[in-house]
Design a protein around this ligand. Structure first.
Ligand SMILES: Cc1ncc(COP(=O)(O)O)c(C=O)c1O
Length: 400
């Protein structure tokens, strides 16, 4: 009997770790690695939000707060849902945690039993699967059966449902695919949910404000108010407000679930950071002009990266609806040979070679449950991206 629990031993280590380690070791050795693996905006937090945190600190708001968030922030979150999503909620339906990740963790920990299944469309954000596994429940991965394998249909969803299906986790626009589900898609999913009352929905809306072209963000709580007591909407300030390090996420859901989630949080981390909660109020209630500027920069970079990748023989990059990632296919590169004779057998092989030979760090699709692809985060300066694209083109061209 070892020290580490059976629960943890059942969980595979994240496949991203070895690439991240390699990149760090190369950087430590003085090599100029371009890192396009991180999932965070490169922009700084807007000044008015920092000012609110400073003011809170000066005013002595430096103590523990209510376990799942201060009432003022819960009110600001209710205002946000009413203003931006046309969803009415009360403070007792709101929870605040240390990032959207903890909201998800609390929800799954509070609700999952070992036989429960959680339906997760692929490619998925790695933590969806990891948290379900920590909770000893079963992730059920679903791939789109239509032209776009990254987007599931209502039929794909229905085919995955069993009597044990407890949650569907829908993340739109998604990490890593950038796939968006619009109001029509959600209406079709709502019809499926009405036929299967055992199924609940986690709607991960963390990339809500980062949508491009004419894609219109929609969320299930707006589309299907009749399902409100089966929906947990998860959101946060990390991505939209450039506040990844502040660690504030929030959720809105049925009161019994929200209370159970507070119980999990009370026995793990207690309240989220007090100053960051005041900063989050300033973010949610404050001006949004910076967001339009950031969105315009992301939209430009998305175009730049997609065009450059699609110009490379062997790489096919769909244009994402949102978030700040692209998820190109490298199916045509599998089986090709490196100059040293080694064969590219998987996306991990391609990503390792790209790092070794091109000094560009990206994440292999295997980490997100859909291969052979890789993920690039384009939250980096235009000239850095242009340099990275040239390196990827050069490395790919060296394969025969
Ligand atoms: C899909 C998705 N959901 C939730 C999160 C959690 O973000 P945070 O914990 O920083 O709020 C992330 C962060 O990468 C994400 O990509």
């Amino acid at each position: 009997m070892g020290l580490i629990s059976e629960r943890l031993n059942r969980i595979a280590p994240s496949p991203t770790v070895s690439i991240a380690d390699m990149a760090l070791n190369m950087k430590a050795a003085g090599r100029k690695v371009i890192g396009l693996a991180a999932g965070e905006p490169d922009f700084d937090t807007p000044q008015h939000i920092k000012d609110a945190a400073n003011a809170a600190m000066k005013a002595g708001k430096t103590k523990y707060t209510q376990v799942d968030g201060i009432p003022e922030l819960k009110q600001a979150i209710c205002r946000k849902f009413a203003r931006e999503n046309n969803v009415s909620c009360t403070a007792d339906m709101i929870t605040v945690s240390t990032g959207g990740k903890q909201v998800l963790f609390n929800a799954l920990m509070a609700s999952l039993n070992p036989s429960d299944e959680v339906i997760i469309p692929t490619p998925y954000w790695v933590s969806f699967a990891g948290i379900v596994e920590i909770c000893e429940a079963k992730p059920v991965f679903v791939k789109g059966s239509g032209a776009n394998p990254m987007k599931i249909s209502a039929e794909d969803l229905e085919a995955a449902i069993t009597p044990n299906s407890k949650w569907l986790i829908l993340n739109s626009p998604s990490n890593p695919g950038g796939v968006g589900y619009d109001a029509d898609d959600l209406m079709a999913f709502a019809a499926v949910m009405r036929r299967h009352p055992q199924l609940h929905l986690i709607s991960d809306d963390i990339y809500e404000h980062l949508v491009y072209d004419d894609f219109k963000f929609a969320t299930m709580a707006t589309i299907a108010p009749d399902l409100q007591d089966r929906i947990l909407t998860v959101n946060g300030v990390s991505k939209s407000y450039c506040m990844t390090g502040w660690r504030i996420g929030y959720g809105s859901g049925p009161v019994p679930l929200i209370k159970a989630m507070a119980k999990v949080q009370s026995q793990s981390t207690s309240s989220p950071n007090s100053m960051a909660q005041y900063a989050a109020i300033a973010a949610l209630d404050g001006p949004l002009d910076f967001m339009a500027e950031n969105r315009a920069a992301f939209a430009r970079r998305r175009q730049l990266v997609c065009e450059a990748l699609n110009n490379i023989d062997g790489i096919d990059c769909p244009l994402p609806d949102g978030a700040f990632y692209v998820y190109p296919s490298i199916a045509k590169l599998i089986g090709k040979k490196r100059p040293d004779g080694k064969i590219i057998e998987s996306d991990s092989d391609f990503v390792s070679y790209l790092l070794e030979a091109g000094e560009v760090a990206v994440v292999p699709g295997v980490a997100f449950g859909l291969s052979p692809y890789f993920r690039i985060s384009y939250a980096a300066a235009d000239d850095v991206l242009a340099d990275a694209m040239q390196r990827i083109a050069k490395v790919t061209a060296s394969l025969s």
